[in-house]
Design a protein around this ligand. Structure first.
Ligand SMILES: Cc1cc2nc3c(=O)[nH]c(=O)nc-3n(C[C@H](O)[C@H](O)[C@H](O)COP(=O)(O)OP(=O)(O)OC[C@H]3O[C@@H](n4cnc5c(N)ncnc54)[C@H](O)[C@@H]3O)c2cc1C
Length: 303
């Protein structure tokens, strides 16, 4: 497809991109949505939770149902193609280029491309990811209730509350402290008082049966029994996010994500960023942000 012009181009068809498409389709703007043919970040999920009305549906089911509803308004087109570049070619005109040679222009662009997880190269991780290795207790803690939980903290900011809060779901809590993190004396005492076992060692291997974690082996060689791991892998911007930051010299906020105003518009008029690209948003949170941005697009149109 070449040289077609749209009112709004949405890049990414997760909860954020699809919610933006729904709001904009109902305002009768012409919309194109691009989504990568690669599996999305949450494709390992066994059911998206805490999305009221959609609780427990698979990510793919939510996407299919959402697109069926968006399509009813005859305003939006969906293409499964990776967008590789975005430039501004005139005021209120952006040019998008796809990896298969597609190029289209749009007056507004909504970036809803999320973030990318970098999985640790540890035997057993992939087989258990999304089932008994979970990134967030609210997402899948219920499904992993009454099991022995191992917390693998991804940063010092979670050390104080996550292990203690995990007791809400777990029968027993163990913390596997990576060697680059340090624990205060106060936190050590809290863990001891709460019967939270502490292992200050890296995990070398994960033992499981059919994706159900049974134990881990540490670098020390010690084997520790555990049924669920709370593990938020390292997050990195997608290639397109980095490219857009460079092309538009976008500023980052204090958490390292693209800076936007309260309506989710970047410093570039007509360029918006919503959902996980702004930091872990959750499905409903991502959709909420996107709905706000989509209505701001229409308000700005007539301002
Ligand atoms: C294993 C797992 C389980 C989870 N469980 C839950 C849960 O139970 N409840 C909950 O609320 N949240 C859950 N989350 C978090 C939730 O999935 C995200 O917060 C949410 O999907 C973010 O939505 P988004 O639309 O911003 O990004 P995403 O859902 O990541 O969608 C981004 C889309 O953009 C596409 N894309 C990326 N780059 C390009 C490009 N260059 N061109 C075109 N398309 C591109 C991607 O392929 C993807 O389809 C889970 C996450 C994971 C990883």
């Amino acid at each position: 497809m070449q040289d077609k012009h749209y009112d709004v181009a949405i890049i990414g068809a997760g909860p954020a991109g699809l919610q933006a498409a729904l709001v904009l389709a109902r305002t009768r703007k012409s919309i194109i949505v691009f989504d990568s043919p690669e599996p999305p970040r949450n494709s390992a999920s066994h059911g998206v939770h805490n999305f009221v009305g959609l609780d427990g549906l698979l990510p793919a089911q939510i996407r299919e149902q959402a697109w069926r509803q968006i399509d009813l308004y005859n305003s939006a087109e969906l293409y499964f193609e990776q967008i590789v570049d975005l430039q501004q070619i005139a005021p209120q005109q952006f040019l998008l280029r796809g990896e298969n040679g597609t190029s289209v222009t749009a007056r507004h662009v909504i970036l809803a491309i999320g973030y990318r997880d970098v999985y640790p190269e540890i035997a057993g991780f992939s087989a258990c990811w999304g089932k008994t290795i979970i990134p967030c207790p609210f997402c899948d803690g219920y499904e992993n209730r009454d099991r022995v939980w191992g917390i693998v903290p991804h940063g010092e900011q979670v050390l104080a509350h996550l292990p203690v809060m995990a007791k809400n779901w777990a029968s027993e809590v163990k913390v596997f402290l990576p060697t680059h993190l340090t624990l205060s004396q106060h936190q050590r005492e809290t863990y001891a008082a709460q019967n939270i076992a502490l292992y200050e060692n890296e995990i070398r291997a994960i033992h499981h049966t059919g994706g159900s974690v049974e134990a881990v082996t540490l670098d020390s060689g010690e084997r520790v029994g555990v049924g669920t791991l709370i593990w938020h892998p390292q997050e990195v911007p997608t290639a397109l996010t980095q490219r857009v930051i460079d092309n538009f010299s976008l500023e980052l906020d204090e958490s390292g994500h693209i800076q936007t105003d309260a309506s989710h518009q970047t410093a570039i008029k007509g360029l918006w960023a919503v959902g996980d690209i702004k930091g872990w948003a959750t499905a409903l949170g991502a959709a909420f942000m996107a709905g706000q941005a989509a209505s701001a697009v229409v308000r700005e149109w007539y301002a």
